[in-house]
Design a protein around this ligand. Structure first.
Ligand code: NAD
Length: 359
């Protein structure tokens, strides 16, 4: 019998609980079909935790996550908490959980489902074959550097500092090389080495460790050029690795190639195999409670968890195949439906995918 894997399940706010419920059904179905065993424990996080515990990230939730092999997260936030002070805002909980769990990279796959090509703003022939992953550094760079204001000769000045050390660059670049190794073996390192000192350190580090991965083809691309090439030739990318702010922007750009935020999964990884998995979308307060949210991003996050944390590639493929089959059969939630009158709800989409999961 296979080893029991512990998964911390944190549904969060808005549509979070609705889409996470479908992902949990997928866990149960893969137990049945593949014989894997999962133990789930639920924790409060985000706005709901603020309401019930006075803090977005209660210690008991953090403990549940730390004792787990992986975390499945819905989404947090909503207008109810938008005007809260910083310490009691759901987003503060997100930064806190990443830091407390030592998650230093964010993995965002962007691949095209043939039957959804029309949902993208790009021409189908440009999108053909697009299947890429953006690996973004998550805990360093300008978002975390010292910030301050000071008086200058021309009025107040604001300063944001961007800092990276060799260890931070090396660990994420090695992770990206490893991910590329398991795919089409091509790595694009994105920087701004013609201008920024942190980028020069980044590039030097990439060049130094590249000989350890002779089987992976490496290219260096400046961030402005990468932003253009993503729109011009997205299918030529396999794995893109970059620092925090560049990755923030490029991963959103790559996400939009696919046409819908309701389809996009993500992972945040630290050392070892531990990871936090969540849909890219937020809590969608505008549609929360209506049973119409697209659960596919969260379901595909489970597939990503199987692949990256557990190495259950057979189950990951079965989930991805099931999603494709259901979409190919023409089933759509409202966000991806051309004819909105034929759209199905969250539970119906989840049930169809579950029914299509097989060995
Ligand atoms: P959002 O992703 O929640 O919604 C953007 C738009 O996409 C909305 O129109 C929404 O209805 C639609 N959408 C999103 N997910 C969908 C799905 N699964 N199915 C169908 N439609 C979907 O982004 P937002 O409106 O900017 O943010 C709403 C809240 O979510 C805010 O409080 C924000 O801070 C929070 N947020 C949380 C996370 C997170 O938990 N990681 C990420 C982004 C935003």
């Amino acid at each position: 019998m296979s080893e029991v894997k512990k998964i911390a399940v944190i549904a969060g706010d808005g549509i979070g609980p609705e889409v996470v419920a479908e992902a949990e059904k997928v866990l149960r179905k893969t137990e049945e079909v593949f014989g894997y065993k999962f133990e789930t424990e639920h924790g409060l996080f985000g706005g709901i935790a603020i309401d019930q515990k006075g803090t977005p990230l209660p210690q008991e939730t953090l403990d549940i996550c730390k004792q787990a092999d992986a975390v499945l997260l819905g989404a947090v936030g909503g207008p109810k908490w938008d005007s809260n002070p910083k310490e009691t805002r759901p987003e503060t909980g997100l930064l806190g959980i990443r830091k407390a769990l030592g998650l230093f990279s964010n993995i965002r796959p962007a691949s095209i489902f043939d039957c959804l090509k029309d949902a993208s703003t790009l021409k189908p022939e440009v999108l053909d074959g697009t299947d890429l992953i953006v690996v973004r550094e998550l805990t360093g760079g300008i978002y975390f550097g010292e910030k301050f204001r000071r008086d200058g000769a021309n009025g107040q000045e604001a300063v944001d500092t961007c800092v990276y050390n060799v260890m931070e660059v090396e660990r994420i670049v090695r992770q990206a090389f490893e991910i590329a190794r398991g795919r089409r073996k091509k790595l694009t390192s994105v920087d701004k080495a013609n201008v920024l000192e942190t980028s020069r350190l980044w590039r030097e580090t990439v060049i130094r460790i590249a000989p350890d991965y002779p089987d992976v083809e490496l290219e260096h691309v400046l961030v402005d050029n990468c932003a253009m090439q993503l729109l011009r030739r997205p299918s030529s990318f396999d794995v893109i690795v970059t620092e925090n702010m560049f990755g923030d922007i490029l991963s959103d750009e790559a996400a939009m190639l696919t046409g819908s935020i309701g389809m996009l999964s993500s992972a945040s990884l630290g050392e070892g195999s531990f990871g936090l998995y969540e849909p890219v979308h937020g809590s969608a307060p505008d549609i929360a409670g209506q049973g119409i949210a697209n659960p596919i991003a969260t379901i595909l996050s489970v597939a990503l968890m199987f692949r990256l944390t557990f190495g259950y590639n057979d189950a990951a493929e079965a989930i991805e195949r099931a999603v494709k089959e259901v979409l190919d059969a023409g089933h759509r939630t409202g966000d991806i439906a051309v004819d909105k009158s034929k759209a199905i709800g969250t539970t119906a989409m989840g049930d169809l995918i579950i029914a299509a999961i097989r060995k």
